[in-house]
Design a protein around this ligand. Structure first.
Ligand SMILES: *Cc1c(COP(=O)(O)O)cnc(C)c1O
Length: 382
């Protein structure tokens, strides 16, 4: 609960979620059960992907994805500097070096394929892409770039659940779901995501070898008990590789299933609200809205607006706060954090401009559309 008159995001929770939790409590089975299995099947079906593996967070999913791809010591992973820090952290966790690439433009703040090409070295093992705000990266160009070079693509698909790739030329991979395009991907069900379960995530892949390794590493590297039982030595197991406990539990899986049922409707509500924002923002001089022309192809995860300059941005953030409207900024430049500074000499001029001028405004399925004019009027007054 917050004191904000208009919060940045809000859960669409009701009796469906309460029933889901109650169902698990009544079953007295809390982990490694039917809910996780059903959630994985339903998510894979939505993704039109072969494998979906539930994990404790997207960060855990990114870690497992990089490990499954055998990214490690001495390898480089090209990735956007405009991202949540999880991908860079997990790159470092496997012993590899993040190499930060700039965005295409302030109107298209996703990784620039031209910069990716420039940054490719003999040590490049993978490229992480992030579908900013729910609008997809230039996956056609990126796929072509990586395919011929034995470089894997990891999709940080946390913003882009339930949305397919489109491009104006209708070229491959047109119509494929975000998260099913690259080699492996991670989704998050953190509280503010389009599917929210508190904590939780999903790894998606079409590659059997990667799915098998993720399954193993997710649970201590242990061969599964069901497999063992099948082979006739229940109660005994082997550890195939050092692993982790990155499992999702039944309560979070049940919440995720209830939220997944609402996804299509809620993503459409988010897109409708973005379209209303777009109309209101058009009347503001000097302000722009990234991906304004492609709202229909977005999951509508974030409503982001770019101020004419950094000073106006600061004044706008103050005015919003005074009006009781919560705002945020996605994201600080990862290469400028103390823990990652000096690691990359890439040109991140556009990323840094974006971080000094962007504001994230309230957006959630139940946002009252009347509030949008109210929010934009505060910006006009600045
Ligand atoms: C939320 C988010 C993450 C981290 O997800 P967790 O489930 O909290 O680990 C990573 N990347 C992006 C782009 C996100 O939005």
């Amino acid at each position: 609960m917050t004191d904000w008159r208009i919060p940045l995001s809000d859960l669409d929770y009701g009796s469906e979620e309460a029933d889901a939790v109650q169902r698990v409590i009544a079953s007295k089975w809390l982990s490694m059960g039917a809910e996780v299995q059903a959630f994985e099947q339903e998510f894979a079906a939505m993704q039109e992907a072969k494998y979906a593996l539930a994990v404790s967070s997207a960060t855990a999913g990114l870690h497992l994805g990089l490990l499954a791809l055998r990214v490690g010591l001495g390898d480089e992973v090209i990735q956007p500097a405009l991202n949540f820090v999880a991908a860079a952290n997990m790159t470092a966790a496997v012993g590899a070096t993040p190499v930060f690439a700039d965005i295409c433009s302030l109107d298209e703040p996703t990784i620039d394929p031209g910069e990716v090409e420039r940054l490719i070295s003999p040590r490049t093992k993978a490229v992480v892409v992030m579908h900013y705000g729910g609008s997809l990266c230039r996956m056609g160009e990126l796929t072509e770039l990586c395919a011929g070079r034995d470089i894997a693509i990891v999709e940080d698909a946390c913003h882009a659940v339930g949305v397919a790739y489109h491009d104006a030329r209708n070229r491959w991979p047109y119509g494929i779901m975000a998260g099913s395009i690259g080699d492996i991907s991670a989704f998050s069900f953190f509280s503010n995501k389009n599917i929210a379960s508190g904590e939780g995530g999903m790894v998606v892949t079409n590659r059997a070898d990667l799915a098998e390794r993720v399954r193993l590493l997710r649970s201590h590297g242990m061969t599964s008990l069901t497999w063992d039982r099948h082979k006739g030595h229940a109660g005994s197991y082997d550890v195939m590789s050092p692993g982790y406990n990155y499992r999702l539990d039944e309560l979070h899986a049940a919440l995720g299933r209830a939220q997944l049922k609402k996804l299509e409707r809620n993503n459409q509500r988010r897109r409708n609200l973005l379209a209303s924002y777009r109309e209101a923002v058009r009347s503001l001089t000097g302000w722009t809205m990234p991906f304004a022309d492609t709202i229909d192809n977005s999951s509508g995860h974030l409503m982001v607006i770019v101020a004419p300059n950094p000073e106006i941005r600061e004044r706008a953030v103050d005015a919003l706060r005074e009006a009781g409207i919560q705002s945020s900024m996605h994201y600080p430049c990862v290469a400028d954090f103390t823990g990652f500074a000096g690691g990359s000499d890439a040109n991140l001029e556009l990323t840094r401009q974006f971080t000094r001028r962007a504001i994230t405004l309230p957006l959630y399925p139940d946002l009252n559309p009347d509030m949008i004019n109210n929010i934009v009027e505060v910006l006009r007054g600045v």
